[in-house]
Ligand binder design. Structure first.
Ligand code: MEV
Length: 440
């Protein structure tokens, strides 16, 4: 068992790697070489990455792909996508092209409110607490003036504070529920700074409030934190066309295609086992753009799944209908995204991705990301309900196996041709590769 270590964070990067190699790796020199091989040759750029987090030992590369031809509200976009999973970018591009010829995607931001809470305990008279809250509210707002000044100037800030009684669910539990408008910022630091100030003012002023008598004045702050659940930071994206125009793949009629597609969506609406996979496919498209634009994909994921469960069972994030011969497919999803602050101005690639997206506002980015999720889901359902997804996946899988086995360009050409008419499996590819190698 490796030894524990104290003072690890104070070691230099090389010494950290030495310790890890000594503790865990069989081939120490080779492992060190591999780790260092991913260091950037430009020391300044490397330092920038080192300082994003703590105890950085190297860089972990993900491919950055692009999916062109996304027509969104009559503007053409090329989406940057950072993702490790093969087929996602290809599927996005295919869906973009399909809808480009059918009027593109329409998207609209429904609301942009973010929420944070001061969670606190109080066991006294609720009426007095409510009176105290009403009296202190203006003071709470003025206590955060220095934090909100710039945001207010740009039209954002704190939009509302309410006292919420949660004692039915947990004895003594109350919240200050605060609503925020953070404009182009994701706003986590802004929101959390405001909340911590609210908590302090709320607790400290209670000590001087004359209506509170002994014991009643005990407001115990538990924590102050934004919520990543933002059901009022909502965006909708949609595609539609006459059913007759859905025809492309001649193996099924447009009507059959629409019918089976709608059934697939309905299944995801009522069956959580399917809904999770269905939404996972949506998140393939969403996370890839969220990551490429330096946003927090864990927050986006957590929120999306909570929203998918808002009616009590986990359900689909997309919906579809056919009315009067018109096929409609849409997504409604909360997305708290930022285009200023955080990594957006720090990471050189994120900056470029933003430029590729024509420097979107947070509202624009919400629309783009929602479209990416919808497109991905369209591509997945289209394959699943017609050819199945393995056909496309196996093509990518074939390339991965060939690359893992250092196939030459000639070997690749020959095996891609071979597997056009043969089923791809790991064994089949290895055997075919060995056959070529032993006969040449
Ligand atoms: C794979 O990453 C995503 C899919 O499974 C999504 C789906 O089933 O809808 C293809």
């Amino acid at each position: 068992m490796p030894n524990s270590i104290s003072g690890f964070s104070k070691l230099s990067k090389s010494k950290k790697i030495d310790w890890i190699a000594d503790s865990y790796f069989v081939d120490k020199e080779l492992s060190k070489q591999i780790l260092k091989q991913y260091w950037h040759s430009n020391p300044e750029l490397q330092q920038l990455h080192d300082e994003f987090i703590e105890n950085t030992i190297t860089n972990y590369y993900l491919p950055l792909g692009v999916a062109p031809n996304f027509l969104i509200n009559d503007t053409l976009y090329t989406l940057p996508m950072a993702i490790e999973e093969s087929s996602v970018v290809a599927a996005a591009s295919k869906a973009a092209k399909f809808w480009l010829d059918r009027g593109g995607f329409k998207a609209e931001v429904i609301s942009t409110t973010k929420i944070g809470h001061v969670h606190f305990m109080y066991y006294g008279d609720i009426k007095i607490l409510q009176q105290y809250f009403n009296a202190i509210k203006p003071q709470l707002i003025s206590a955060v003036k220095s934090i909100t000044k710039n945001m207010n100037r740009r039209g954002g800030g704190v939009t509302d504070i309410t006292l919420i009684n949660k004692t039915k669910a947990l004895e003594g539990y109350y919240q200050l529920k605060v609503r925020f408008e953070t404009l182009d910022a994701m706003g986590a630091n802004f929101i959390n700074s405001c909340l911590e100030q609210f908590a302090q003012t709320f607790r400290d002023s209670a000590k001087q409030y004359k209506m509170f008598t002994d014991g009643n004045a005990d407001i115990k702050i538990v924590m102050s934190i934004l919520s990543n659940y933002v059901p009022e930071c909502l965006v909708k994206a949609e595609v539609s066309c006459p059913v007759a125009h859905l025809n492309e793949d001649k193996t099924v009629s447009p009507t059959q295609f629409a019918e089976t597609f709608l059934q697939a969506v309905k299944i995801a609406e009522i069956e959580p086992y399917r809904a999770v996979t269905h939404n996972k496919g949506i998140m393939n498209g969403i996370d890839a753009v969220v990551l490429a634009t330096g946003n927090d994909f864990r927050a986006i994921e957590a929120c999306a799944h909570a929203y998918a469960s808002r009616h009590g069972t986990y359900s689909s994030l997309t919906h579809a209908s056919v009315e009067d011969g018109i096929f409609k497919f849409w997504i409604e999803i909360p997305l708290a995204l930022g285009t200023v602050g955080g990594l957006t101005k720090l990471h050189p690639l994120v900056k470029l991705c933003m430029e590729m997206l024509q420097n979107p506002s947070a509202r624009d980015l919400m629309q783009i990301v929602a479209v990416s999720g919808l497109a991905q889901n369209f591509a997945a359902l289209r394959s699943l309900t017609t050819t199945g997804i393995q056909e496309g996946h196996m093509k990518m899988h074939l390339m991965n196996i060939l690359n893992q086995n250092n196939a030459s360009a000639a070997e690749k050409t020959s095996l891609i041709k071979h597997f056009k008419t043969n089923t791809v499996s790991h064994n089949a590819v290895i055997e075919a590769l060995n056959r070529i190698r032993t006969t040449s």
